[in-house]
Design a protein around this ligand. Structure first.
Ligand SMILES: [Zn+2]
Ligand SMILES: [Zn+2]
Length: 139
């Protein structure tokens, strides 16, 4: 059920890393940027921006790497699942891959960002607003 906090926990594919979400998302987005594509191995990454105090790892210790200056991503060091993104540009939020939730339907994307990097063969028919880069940059 949408907006049921009980459905917002998640983890990686192999189960070694688990997390809990206890706050409402600030924003749920589909990111088409090249870095999300590489990090996830998928055409887009669906992510929820969660206030940092409302997110915690509860099992396992994820691997981390800097995917761009000021941006740290976490992943399961055993199975490779992309889990989170933290950007110094958005210091109050941690972005969580909603496809790593136990119930990915609990949080639905609201916008597309970084459509300037969208793959030509990947198009969706939803009516969500689209931004060439970040929401804050405008359309
Ligand atoms: Zn794993
Ligand atoms: Zn991205």
């Amino acid at each position: 059920m949408v907006n049921d906090p009980g459905n917002r926990n998640g983890g990686c594919c192999c189960g070694a890393v688990r997390f809990e979400i206890s706050a409402d998302p600030v924003l749920v987005e589909l990111c088409h940027c090249k870095t999300c594509r590489r990090a996830s191995g998928a055409p887009v990454m669906a992510m929820a921006g969660i206030p940092v105090a409302g997110f915690r790892f509860v099992a396992g210790e994820p691997g981390r790497f800097a995917s761009s200056p000021g941006v740290t991503r976490s992943f399961c060091a055993l199975c490779g699942t992309s889990l989170t993104l933290y950007s110094e540009a958005f210091p109050g939020e941690i972005y969580v891959s909603i496809c790593s939730l136990d119930d990915p339907e609990a949080l639905a994307p609201e916008i597309h960002i970084w459509t300037s990097d969208r793959l030509g063969w990947f198009e969706t028919a939803d009516e969500l607003p689209r931004y060439r880069r970040f929401l804050a940059d405008g359309v």
